[in-house]
Design a protein around this ligand. Structure first.
Ligand code: MSP
Length: 809
């Protein structure tokens, strides 16, 4: 009989940001599930990859001064390298710039076209570049990514999404497509059903409720005898799905699925001035990777074998794309829809989603390096880098899945990670293993005890497989691991009460049997626990398995030894493997080491491999407040060693021969003579900070360094500059801070033309409260010197290569 197949996917990651632990979180969860299905004997296929098209990537590449393909190659490789370092067991790595993918997407498009699902029309709307989607609202609306939208008018191809409202609702309500957690399912269903609350309000507004069901003039009681939606149904405002739930017909609108305002995408077949909407392109990866659209019979066979996907693992913010658009495309194309979508919550840092645009990311490499070298290598100086990496990866896997109930958001902190590691792995599981195996080693010559009577039975209090089974299979990692740790505590407690060290000292044959039984039982429990923990911490459990004398855990996973866990599986007499600590204790000081590793490093040409920040190998995006190392805030002038990570970059507006100037590389310098009346008050978000230039005069009150560090000065590049109609002095700028793009309005139109500004690197006050001018939001302020009598602003800029987002201090 052929094996049951299991096909699971991660989202494909955008290449405009380097990987951080938020990305690793999705991939880790997928790897755990894949490993578990493999050990259960399923023919498992695990796909991951990168999402490389779209305006966002095109712009990031342009800002970095490289071709989009080169840009994508580099970042895609950094994701893949990381997954390899972590021992992620993906079966294939799809890139949306792969030929196989492009061909598959174009074939899907043609197929949809042939089936009448696509039409051409024009559309003007607000487009969020960050989220690659149109959003409702007036010009300048703040998009879902927190940035102003752009008005885009395009002749677009549309997909007849509206036709799939009911089929999608039915599929989800019937469980044909399952969505977890419940909150994500509800969110998708309410999106599909439309705004039913508005309908209820209408029923009330039009007094239909009272008219239809209560004597006129009756006050509507708190508990309604009739559902207002029943009334709406009578009027035809709402309809019922197959399971009798209401929805508003027409609530789902057609979807624009092509773009002509940029080039970086897969051309629409037969109309190459359009590129295919990045989400249609991206979602199709799940099929193109396993052979959809391929001419190769082996790939076609693969597609037939694995499609439809059993599980798309996604972040909660992209469930709609996976549960509405994706199944709708497939229904329209007559292709089977995926069976389930499971959404993970967000890793937060300082209460907000860890993301490149917020700059509050923690890099996975930091954890691998820190735990690998500071904990593992210290214990095993001869260990290989590979072993150290895999150790660090296990620690991260365990921590993320144990700490955060899967599906919910959770905060990340280095301290919590170390505490959890020491408590659960070093002192809990690791200590139990070492305690038990050392006693076997010293009392039974390193062999599993042979006991003269029948095998000790599974303790009634610990029916291990039953305890673990349902939690492991429902992907409830959090509950499963909590339980595993409880069981470890119970086994540990049993050892303490058996006191085998006392039994070992006794000459009585009975005590010898008791000793054998106690240690055997503990080992059996360890074997079962280890088998269950294997998908979560595969590399550490491999070591425990080998120490138990059971050989290679990967081989055991393949041949079913990790799924049949009946009590008594350990053979007496089995020789233990070589014993060594599994989880050396981590020092508390490790947190600071990781914080230091994450601290923003201001790169200099000598340390920067790529000058761009959008491929920021050397520039850590600005750290969240917790991560900022206060020690590096200087009280003196610019540090002299430019390669020092804390060294502030020199601005060209910093005249070396101006000893009176405020230094620190931070303030614009006034060329006004001391005492010259200057613009003393900088207009908030105003044209230029230079008005503050007078601050270098002797009259200006001194400030403490604490005041200065509150100002977040960053290197940015102007990527868009344009005049604002009917505002002679203002320019609308879009600046790239490396970690995000912003709109800033600046009153420099009299002195600078938009053309001469584009591409310039400047200094921006990044943490200035946003403010509205001429109906447009300005997020920050440029720094400039105020020059001469008329206060001409001269923008602060740099004489040396400097990465975007670098902080001035
Ligand atoms: N390219 C799209 C997905 C296309 S799938 C056909 C995308 N890419 S992404 O790089 O922005 O995000 C990929 C995944 O990483 C998402 O599931 C997202 O939720 C996850 N994460 C990114 N930051 C995260 C956190 N801070 N925490 C948890 N997961 C996060 O969306």
């Amino acid at each position: 009989m052929s094996k049951q197949t299991f096909y699971l996917t991660t989202p494909i990651y955008y290449v405009n940001a380097r990987p951080h632990i938020g990305h690793a979180y999705s991939t880790i969860a997928a790897d755990v599930i894949a490993r578990r299905h493999r050990l259960l004997g399923d023919d498992t296929f695990f796909l991951t990859g990168t999402d490389e098209h779209g305006q966002k990537v095109e712009r990031s590449a342009a800002a970095a001064g490289v071709a989009p393909q080169q840009f994508a190659d580099e970042v895609s490789a950094s994701f893949r390298t990381l997954w390899d370092r972590m021992g992620i067991t993906y079966n294939d790595y799809i890139r949306t710039t792969d030929e196989r993918h492009k061909q598959g997407v174009q074939r899907l498009w043609k197929h949809l076209e042939e089936r009448g699902a696509i039409y051409l029309s024009t559309y003007t709307g607000q487009y969020s570049i960050g989220e690659e989607m149109f959003v409702e609202g007036p010009p300048g609306t703040i998009g879902p990514d927190g940035k102003p939208t752009e008005t885009v008018t395009e002749e677009n191809y549309f997909f007849k999404l509206s036709e799939y409202q009911l089929p999608l609702i039915d599929r989800i309500e019937s469980g044909e497509l399952t969505i977890q957690p419940e909150s994500s399912r509800n969110e998708v269903l309410s999106f599909l059903r439309g705004d039913l609350n508005a309908v209820i309000v209408r029923v009330y507004d039009e007094s239909l409720f009272a008219d239809a069901h209560l004597p006129s003039g009756t006050v509507v009681p708190a508990k309604l005898p009739v559902n207002p939606l029943d009334i709406a149904y009578d009027r035809g405002w709402v309809l019922k799905s197959a399971s009798g739930k209401y929805y508003i017909p027409g609530a789902l609108k057609d979807l624009s699925i092509s773009r002509s305002s940029f080039k970086w995408g897969i051309p629409v077949p037969g109309d190459e001035k359009h590129v295919i909407y990045v989400w249609l392109d991206a979602l199709a990866n799940y099929m193109t990777a396993i052979g959809y659209g391929s001419d190769d019979p082996a790939m076609q066979e693969r597609f037939a074998r694995y499609w439809p996907a059993d599980l798309h693992l996604v972040g909660k913010e992209i469930t709609r794309f996976h549960c509405v658009y994706w199944p709708a495309f497939l229904l329209a194309a007559g292709i089977a829809t995926p069976k389930s979508v499971v959404a993970n919550g967000w890793l937060l840092f300082d209460d907000s989603k860890m993301s490149k645009s917020k700059g509050n990311v923690v890099r996975t490499e930091t954890i691998l390096d820190a735990f690998g070298t500071e904990v593992y290598k210290k214990q095993f100086p001869d260990s290989t880098k590979r072993e150290q990496d895999l150790f660090g990866a296990d620690v991260l896997r365990y921590f993320l899945l144990r700490e955060i109930p899967f599906g919910q958001d959770g905060s990340f902190s280095f301290d919590a990670m170390i505490t959890r590691y020491n408590a659960d792995l070093a002192n809990g599981y690791g200590n139990l293993v070492s305690r038990v195996l050392t006693m076997i080693s010293s009392n039974f010559s390193g062999c599993m005890p042979v006991y003269p009577y029948e095998a000790p039975s599974e303790p009634k209090s610990l029916p291990l497989s039953i305890l673990f089974e349902d939690k492991a299979s429902s992907n409830n990692f959090f509950a499963f691991l909590r339980q595993a740790m409880e069981v470890i505590g119970v086994v540990d407690g049993k050892i303490t009460s058996d006191a085998p060290w006392k039994l070992a000292k006794s000459d009585s044959p009975d005590d010898r049997v008791k000793l054998a039984a106690s240690l055997y039982s503990a080992c059996e429990a360890i074997r079962v626990i280890t088998a269950y923990l294997y998908p979560i911490i595969p590399h550490a459990t491999a070591k425990v398995w080998a120490q138990l004398g059971l050989g290679d855990i990967e081989a055991a996973a393949k041949n079913g030894e990790l799924k049949n866990l009946e009590w008594g599986g350990l053979k007496p007499g089995t020789k233990l493997g070589e014993l060594a600590p599994i989880f050396p204790r981590a020092d508390k000081g490790l947190a600071q080491i990781m914080i230091d590793m994450e601290n923003p490093t201001i790169s200099t040409p000598s340390t920067t491999s790529t000058p761009s920040t959008t491929s920021p190998a050397s520039v850590t995006p600005p750290a969240p407040s917790k991560l900022v190392d206060e020690k590096t805030t200087h009280t003196s002038a610019v540090p002299t060693d430019p390669t020092h990570p804390g060294a502030a970059p020199r601005t060209s507006a910093l005249p070396e021969a101006n000893p009176g100037a405020t230094v620190g590389g931070s303030y614009a310098i006034s060329t006004e003579r001391p005492g010259t009346p200057s613009h003393t008050e900088a207009p908030a978000s105003g044209p230029f900070a230079a008005s503050a230039a007078g601050s270098s005069t002797p009259d200006t009150p001194q400030i403490a360094i604490d005041d200065f560090v509150k100002i977040d000065l960053r290197v940015a590049q102007i990527v868009v500059a344009e005049r604002i109609p009917k505002a002679d002095k203002l320019l609308r700028l879009e600046v790239d801070l490396g970690y995000e793009k912003r709109q800033i309005l600046s009153g420099i139109a009299e002195w600078y033309t938009p053309e001469e500004l584009i591409g310039r690197k400047i200094v921006v006050i990044a943490n200035l409260a946003p403010r509205k001018m001429r109906g447009l939001e300005s997020h920050g302020m440029l720094l400039a010197a105020s020059h001469g009598e008329n206060g001409k602003p001269v923008l602060a800029t740099f004489g040396e290569e400097i990465a975007l987002g670098s902080r001035l201090r």
